[in-house]
Design a binder for this molecule. Structure first.
Ligand SMILES: [Zn+2]
Length: 267
């Protein structure tokens, strides 16, 4: 090989290394999000017959700050969750929410009632829907002192009119709509399918199904992902490996507001 060719190859390698470096440092982002809490038995770990790891500890041990789309009614005094399905571990939802904020996580709006909003709008009108979103925001503000900017409607379902009016109020709505750029579209982990029977869980496993979605997005040139999970013990169980795998692939974990700043869609 002539010296000229060697130089050209070296320059090419250098340029490639440079672009790979900048992608790693600035562009490979994960915003980890958890819906439907605060659920103290998930955040602090179950103490019952099936003791499980505490999601808050898992996040702390991995140095990950996440974003929690919480349900407003849970932030009423002395509530620790749904008595039929959830375990009382001696921590109220409000205490759990305060703990989340203290540990550097973000709280965002998942409505007050957690009712499917399009159906609710048909029955009770758009003003009721807007009111339920605002009531959820007020419950968060009472804990954090700041107005939440992001709204994830339950099951991502909301009418176009209500969406427009909430956006006019300043909310940024999370979406799985194909109309939005892929980087701003939630990755639906389908983790709620894993709660009752393993057979209903995405195949071959929740972890691999999420990684496969990430890989499919990478094939389309997208290296930033908002991952939508729920506050569930089964989800907590896969978090250590998911976080480790994505970190090994060069991903950095950020809160949703950091993600939006970096990806360029401020609320
Ligand atoms: Zn939900």
């Amino acid at each position: 090989m002539s010296s000229c060719k060697v130089f050209a190859v070296a320059a090419l390698l250098f340029l490639n290394a440079g672009s790979a470096f900048s992608t790693d440092k600035t562009d490979k982002l994960i915003a980890l999000t958890f819906d439907d809490g605060p659920r103290p038995y998930v955040l602090f770990g179950s103490k019952g017959d099936h003791p499980g790891p505490a999601l808050l500890n898992v996040l702390d041990e991995n140095g990950v700050k996440a974003t929690f789309f919480v349900v407003g009614w849970r932030l009423s005094p002395k509530t620790w969750g749904e008595r039929r399905y959830e375990e009382n571990v001696g921590v109220t939802c409000i205490d759990a929410a305060e703990q989340l904020v203290r540990r550097g996580h973000e709280l965002e709006d998942h409505t007050y009632s957690h009712i499917e909003l399009r159906g609710a709008e048909r029955k009770r009108g758009e003003q009721w829907v807007i009111g339920d979103v605002n009531r959820g925001a007020e419950a968060i503000k009472a804990v954090t002192g700041t107005q939440p900017h992001y709204l994830r409607p339950p099951d991502w379902i909301i009418s176009d009119d209500a969406r427009r009016d909430l956006e006019r109020q300043g909310y940024h709505l999370l979406t799985i709509s194909q109309e939005n750029p892929m980087a701003l579209r939630d990755v639906n982990s389908l983790d709620y399918l894993c709660t009752r029977k393993a057979a209903e869980c995405p195949k071959p496993s929740l972890l691999n199904a999420v990684l496969r979605q990430v890989e499919q997005r990478e094939k389309r040139g997208v290296y930033t992902h908002i991952l939508a999970f729920h506050e569930l013990s089964t989800t907590t169980a896969v978090m250590p490996e998911l976080i480790a795998t994505l970190k090994a692939r060069g991903y950095r974990f950020v809160t949703l507001s950091q993600y939006m700043q970096l990806v360029g869609a401020k609320p």
